[in-house]
Design a binder for this molecule. Sequence first.
Ligand code: ADP
Ligand code: MG
Ligand code: MG
Ligand code: MG
Ligand code: MG
Length: 731
Amino acid sequence: MGFLTEGTPLGWEAAAQFRAKVRRDGVEQFLAAYKSGLGRVDQVLRWGDEVEYMVLRRVPAPLAQQDVVAANGPARDEPGAVNGLPPMQRAGDGAQAPREFVLSLRAPELIEILQRDEHSHPEGGTVDVLWRPEYANWMIEGTPGVPYRTTAEDLCVVERNMALRRLEVQNILQPDEIVISLPAFPRLGCGQFTSPPTYPLGPVAQSLFVSDDVINPHPRFATLTRNIRLRRGSKVDIRVPLFQDERTPAAIPVITEPIPQWPGPERSSTASNDEREQLQNLRERAQHAETDDLYLDCMAFGMGACCLQVTLQTRDVKESRMLYDQLAVLAPIFMALSAATPIQRGMLLDTDVRWNVIAASVDDRTPEERDGLIAKSRYDSISCFIGNYEESDGIDTRAYNDLELEINDEAYKKLRSEGVDELLARHVAHLFIRDPLVIFDNRIDVNNAADMDHFENIQSTNWNTVRFKPPAVGSDIGWRVEFRSMDIQLTDFENAALAVFTVLTSRVILAYRLNLYVPMSKVDANMAIAHERDALRNQRFFFRRNIFHHASVQPPQSFLCSCGSEHGPVFDWGREFSCPDCDPSDPEFCGLLSMDEIVNGKLVENGFSFPGLIPLIKGYLEALEVKPETRAKIYEYLDFISARASGRLLTLASYIREVVTNHPAYKQDSVVSQEICTDLLEHLIAIERGACAAPRFLGSFGRVERDQSARPNDELKAEAREERSTDDDGV
Ligand code: ADP
Ligand code: MG
Ligand code: MG
Ligand code: MG
Ligand code: MG
């Protein structure tokens, strides 16, 4: 998550005198990068994914838990079909002794080992995987050693590279450790959930549930955590609506499970006496408190969740700005497509994705700012589009920027005076309404003409759905857009499928010059919709009807509106779904579409149709020369996405809900007990390893590569390298 540097971070007070300077210099640094990158053109369009993993440990259940299990009989040892769900098969033989899962906090030492190859080849470009630390000590991030090209061949290497990453981690784990790609550990914050054991109520996060010892030891992370709390003036306060089952109580206690207490006489903690007293008070006050929603109280609940990101290089700055906007519109849609977060802190939620939890987990706004001065957390959906089109394109980006935008006036004036156009100046000036959260003492005076520290300081802590990345001065990397909204998926197959789908969607956007714009307020509405339980099957999203710049098809004689009635003949091709009566705020361009319709298209009577992203991509691929095996692999990804979007296959969130609610120990009270959690995780691990079919979740997709990933490491590496070197037409 962003850049790491040597040096010592200044405390919140000590940094105060430098914050204005960092912002001012940050704008200068952006300007230097922007100007030097303006004329830059890259012909080879590279891209890369980021996959975040967590490390689990299977530990013997404490005796109390074993008693519970014994009393419940052999149910959990005996795989059997439950209400049509596949048998709860498990990886390994963990079923013999009662076991449970905790988060292993060894990520920092594991990353050190994983990075050895990279560090012994400082010239770069020689390793297959780049390993990076993340916020929590159970997290490891892996990216391809070299960014991919957008060739059909390279799209087929992704999954194997992902499999290789998983193997590289698994190879250095202890026998009872497991690497898994899941957004949130289901019982994070319930009792003792880490190995080694950790104890909450530390001075940094002050969490009732999570210890400071889970925070990555690089000083940036604790400082970030502490400074968010100090700037905000209180602990972060995360509320997540609970799934209301038959026996879910109207209010639940804040503390649902005993808080682990430090067993020793005196804890070696940096907490002062004052702090200790304050923390004790916190605990006492929480003891009798109740909430309607699930209450979470620290950054680890959000930043400790794993995601899938895709970064795409574009030809030039103009293309980058266009792609940024188009992908921003798709961010909530792809988020719903990737939904994999139905549980937090041992409770079923009424939401399916991780996003809002992270947004609240780093919300550093003061009470006044939250009260209307600043609309969003620094982790949120973007607030303005930046595409700069030619007049002949017939697109006025400003028409879609319907949110009030808070900007840093000084930054805006500076940017405008240096020739930055209004749209981009507003975007950058909006980033700079935020304070720098971590300032390193050794990097205060830097060279604004060449260094990017202060720009990156602000940029990398504006955690938005998409990120516009200018090339650093003198860098050999071009203009990029990062797509950041997706939950991580359980299997390499799914992660590869979503990454490839993102890349191909981008290719189609650029090739066909698609116009996906809807008003920004509708993008925000889609963000909320995407959080809903099984939004993929139950909800519809605001989506643009005419997605082609230059409508080349005759207007239909009439159209079927989202209100269900027929209208027309009124609009151009593609503008059919929403009529002025149904949606007066935007009669022209957008209506409500289901995921199925957006991804797979929609046939409407009277010869009218909405094309759908996958049919567009397939049409695009048909026109290219691609080897049959390569095409077959890409089509498998597309067919899988298509099946999930249609609702025929479940998202992981929906699948997990089914597993939990069908578990014999589930009491219809939204509680995901240790026992249920253990069986769930064993089941997911078995699916990931291909040891258990999950027809409702994966169908028959993804088999082949999973078999291949069982082959030895070196062979895979050699193969990945070989594939990398073959040439093919770009897609
Ligand atoms: P961050 O966490 O700030 O996004 P990372 O270094 O973790 O940064 O990830 C960068 C991503 O960008 C990786 O997926 C990487 O493969 C990709 N990438 C690197 N170079 C390029 C490039 N020239 N074009 C496109 N993507 C790139
Ligand atoms: Mg990351
Ligand atoms: Mg990263
Ligand atoms: Mg990052
Ligand atoms: Mg990233």
